[in-house]
Every structure is written in structure tokens, then in C-alpha cells.
Write a protein that binds this ligand. Structure first.
Ligand SMILES: Cc1ncc(COP(=O)(O)O)c(C=O)c1O
Length: 377
């Protein structure tokens, strides 16, 4: 849903979430072209944007999407997306809600890697008189969820899928790409993902399963992937917005970051070399991804756009403390009452605090639209 507004950034109360439509569209196009060159489909992960308007721009021809909550699945279904992969293990209590969406016409793929989950899903599907479509998660080295592609557990889990469940495919997420330091390291994670997920698919196929979908992806690994033979789709998500962390690992440049938090300077402390803004932990989040504060890639809780070296060094609930790296802070540029735009360290978690985007076009201060977001579960 988008409502056209005609006000300016200066009129917005802060903190506010700003989305640069021009940068967004450029990021979306770049990924579509890259994925087309790699010869796979893009099933973008909507966990970052959580916005139907962004999904529409990400997939101008339509297509399947990935979601991280059932609430997202319901919201996007309501906006015309009928091919949905809920890529977080589905707990048994959620199955009736998933089934309700399927009865309304959704193709809803469920994720699992535990035999108990496979059994529960098959039993519930059978009791409800439908077949849940399931994606088995493979661990490619991230160490969060997933089975080893060579493990006996893979075939055991698949064997649990009868009557009320069928195997749609396998997927993996190379979350350890976030610790990568160079294009070669990130390409190596992409190759780990590809090998793990295609090996799992081969084993399942040679045992008699269809395993039509072979899905992988994180933004850093997909961006640096060189060959995706055997993979059918990728699930990048944060590429849409980029953030200071992604710029640090080379998934985008600082000039590509489409999302920022508008904040107001509420204090100057020249004796400490610090400005205070009205965007703190709740407005920016405290997530610094896999950055460490002793790391040269550390960008604190965000970078101030348009004034190189300024970053959010500390946050408390509603206060952000801005310092300058490598030089003196020019206080005359940031009087009390002036506005700053802060590029978040990790955009997914920052955006989660807001129910809407104020959309601008490049450097223009005019707010051209508000786009909603679907938060919660
Ligand atoms: C299962 C899964 N797939 C895909 C993604 C997308 O990764 P990124 O946000 O790096 O694009 C995530 C992100 O957490 C994920 O958990």
C-alpha cells in the first residue's frame, strides 16, 4: 500500500525511517541482472524490507518470495504473492495457520531439519487432509540449522515425509559469509553453499525423491558467487537496502545504501568531541552483525551519510552519541536542531522498529510516499 504525500524530510518527526527509492531500484536491478547471468531464479528474502511495494519492485515480473514469519506470509499473500517459502523451522502450533493459507490458494513451503518436525508435519497434514510441501535445511558451514549433506539423518528425515507431507527441495544459508573479508573468501562461501546443497539434492534424488528446488543464499555469498551449477534459486534479502555492514564486506558501496534513520541533533559537547542525536538503541538497534568494536571495519551503530568519518559510537535507549573518526568534528555543520541521516549497521534489525518507510528520490528532501511494513509474527 502506498499513499502519496507531499511533505518534506524537514517536517518529519524524528527518528524516522527513510528509504531512497532511486538507490533501492538500482540495488534491485543489479541483483536481478547478476542472478540472471548466473542462470538461477531469484526468490528474494523479504525479511529485511517486509514491504509489498518493495517486493513489487524486486520482482517486476512476479515470482516466488522467501519470508521469515507467518505474518509476512499472510501479508504478502494478501498482496498477490502465492509462492512463499517460510524459511524458519515451522513449530507444530503454526501448522494450522499454514494450512489455512494453503487452503486460500498459497503454495507455502515449510522448512525443517529435525525428524520430530518431519513427523509432526506429516501427521498434521494427514489429519487436515492436505500435503505440506517441505524444504530440508542443509548446513553448509554456518552452524545454525541444517543437516550435513552426507549424513544418514538427511535420508531419515526425508523418509518421515509421507501422506501429509512431500519433499519440495533442499536449502542452505551461508550465514558465515558475514565473516568474509574479501571477494575470494565470499566466493568460497558461495561455493560451500552450492556444494552442500547440490550434494544433498543428488543423494535425495538417487534415493527416489524429486527434490525439484535447490536453494541457497545470503547477500554476500550470492553477490560474489561465480558459478551456481545445480542450484535452482537464490534467496538474498538485504541486498535490497544494503547497510554499513554490507558495505564493509563489499556486498555494496556506502553510496548504494538505500535506507537510513533521520535523526535530530539534540546536543553538542565539543569538549568531548561528541554530538547527541535523538536516535538511540531503539531507533538504530544495537546489532552490529558480526562486527567487533576492535575491528577496523567497525562502524559502530551506524554511519552518518554525507559527512565522512562521523559514526554512532554509543547508544542508550533514546540517545545516539556521534563521534568523528580520523579528525575533528566540525560542530558548525551540525547545530542543535539540524538533521542527520544515519546508515544503519544492520538494516534488518534497524528497520524492524518502524511501521513504515518515508520514501524519497535520491537527494531530494521531498517525501514522495509512505510504504508500510509488516512487523511481528
Ligand atoms: C534462511 C535465510 N535465507 C536467506 C537469508 C538472506 O540473507 P541476506 O540477508 O544476507 O541476504 C537469510 C538471512 O538471514 C536467511 O536466514
Amino acid at each position: 500500500m502506498s499513499t502519496t504525500l507531499r511533505n518534506s524530510l524537514d517536517e518529519l518527526e524524528t527518528p524516522a525511517l527513510i528509504l531512497d527509492r532511486r538507490r533501492l531500484d538500482a540495488n534491485l536491478l543489479r541483483m536481478r541482472e547478476h542472478v540472471a547471468r548466473l542462470g538461477v531464479s531469484l526468490r528474494p528474502h523479504m525479511k529485511t524490507a517486509k514491504s509489498a511495494e518493495v517486493a513489487r519492485r524486486a520482482l517486476p515480473q512476479g515470482g516466488g518470495i522467501t519470508v521469515s514469519t507467518l505474518r509476512e506470509a499472510e501479508y504478502f499473500f494478501g498482496h498477490g504473492y502465492h509462492d512463499l517459502f517460510y524459511a524458519v523451522g515451522a513449530s507444530p502450533q503454526k501448522l494450522d495457520r499454514a494450512a489455512a493459507l494453503m487452503r486460500r490458494g498459497a503454495r507455502l513451503l515449510l522448512a525443517l531439519d529435525q525428524p520430530e518436525a518431519a513427523r509432526a508435519i506429516a501427521e498434521r497434514g494427514s489429519a487436515l487432509g492436505l500435503a505440506f510441501e517441505v524444504m530440508i535445511e542443509i548446513d553448509c558451514g554456518d552452524g545454525r540449522c541444517g543437516l550435513d549433506a552426507q549424513s544418514s539423518a538427511l535420508l531419515e528425515v526425508a523418509a518421515e515425509l509421507r501422506d501429509g507431507a512431500t519433499l519440495a527441495g533442499v536449502f542452505t544459508h551461508g550465514g558465515h559469509s558475514y565473516t568474509g573479508r574479501s571477494p575470494d573468501e565470499l566466493a568460497a562461501v558461495a561455493e560451500q553453499e552450492r556444494r552442500a546443497v547440490t550434494a544433498a539434492a543428488s543423494r535425495l534424488r538417487s534415493t527416489g525423491y524429486d527434490c525439484a528446488i535447490v536453494s541457497m543464499g545470503s547477500t554476500p555469498s550470492v553477490t560474489h558467487a561465480r558459478d551456481l551449477s545445480g542450484v535452482t534459486e537464490v534467496r538474498a534479502g538485504i541486498y535490497m537496502f544494503g547497510d554499513a555492514f554490507q558495505a564493509g564486506v563489499g556486498s555494496c558501496s556506502a553510496g548504494d545504501i538505500a535506507v537510513s534513520v533521520l535523526a535530530t541533533v539534540i546536543g553538542q559537547y565539543p569538549q568531548r568531541g561528541e554530538l547527541i542525536v535523538d536516535a538511540g538503541a531503539l531507533a538504530l538497534s544495537k546489532d552490529i552483525s558480526t562486527n567487533r568494536f576492535d575491528d577496523e571495519r567497525n562502524v559502530g551503530y551506524g554511519l552518518v551519510s554525507g559527512d565522512e568519518g562521523l559514526y554512532v559510537a554509543r547508544v542508550s535507549q533514546e540517545h545516539g552519541v556521534i563521534r568523528r573518526r580520523g579528525g575533528e568534528l566540525d560542530f558548525s555543520r551540525h547545530p542543535v536542531g539540524s538533521r542527520l541521516r544515519i546508515q544503519p549497521n544492520h538494516a534488518c534489525i534497524t528497520a524492524a522498529a518502524y511501521d513504515r518507510y518515508h520514501v524519497v528520490d535520491g537527494d531530494s528532501p521531498a517525501v514522495e510516499a509512505e510504504w508500510d511494513r509488516v512487523n511481528g509474527w
